[in-house]
Design a protein around this ligand. Structure first.
Ligand SMILES: [Zn+2]
Ligand SMILES: [Zn+2]
Length: 197
């Protein structure tokens, strides 16, 4: 599923994702020094940044340590999984792993953009997962570093086929003329062209 074609979760999927990412913390919240480990495979909420994202419901691994502090709970550890995207040159599907480190405070009166909400005896990891993963996924992935991309003229995928448009490289002198043709017809441009010739 391409992240671009995001559709709303079915209520059932949405509930399953919400359940996976909600964690009861009554045993550690506000109890400095108490620690619990949380290892869980969860279903991801749909996440997208440009053409890269995490498909809704895709498995993500939570490997977290919950530690009680006076203000609430500190969550630290790793969130990992796989992103999917279209190669930014040839548009084929690409995927790659991510593993992002988190270290966040959950408290009753969260500070916007700094801490997350502790709701009674529960925390919802979804906002933290969202923020962390979106920072970690690559902005414009390629299927390979030397991807040849699509022909800008006919659209053929140059990794698998060639086309007539790719066989001749334009004569640099003609290319220079082409550039001139697109110059805005200002007085300065005309003057420069005249003095050059
Ligand atoms: Zn490519
Ligand atoms: Zn072509």
């Amino acid at each position: 599923m391409a992240p671009r074609q995001h559709v709303e979760a079915s209520p059932r999927t949405a509930r399953a994702i919400a359940r996976d990412l909600r964690v009861a913390v009554h045993d550690v919240a506000h109890r400095p020094g108490t620690i619990r480990h949380l290892e869980r495979e969860a279903r991801a909420p749909a996440l997208a940044a440009g053409t890269v994202g995490i498909p809704e419901g895709a498995p993500i691994d939570l490997d977290l340590r919950l530690e009680g502090v006076g203000k609430g709970v500190v969550v630290e550890g790793f969130v990992s999984g796989a992103w999917v995207a279209e190669c930014s040159r040839c548009l084929t599907a690409v995927t790659g792993p991510f593993s992002v480190e988190v270290h966040e405070l959950f408290e009753e009166q969260p500070i916007e953009s700094e801490t997350y909400r502790l709701e009674g005896e529960e925390i919802d990891l979804e906002p933290m997962v969202r923020d962390a993963v979106l920072l970690e996924i690559p902005p414009a992935p390629l299927c390979s570093d030397d991807c040849a991309g699509l022909c800008p003229t006919c659209g053929v995928d140059r990794n698998v086929a060639s086309c007539d448009c790719t066989t001749e490289s334009p004569d640099p002198r003609w290319a220079a003329l082409g550039d001139l043709a697109f110059d805005p017809p200002t007085t300065d441009a005309r003057a420069r062209t005249a003095s050059d010739s």
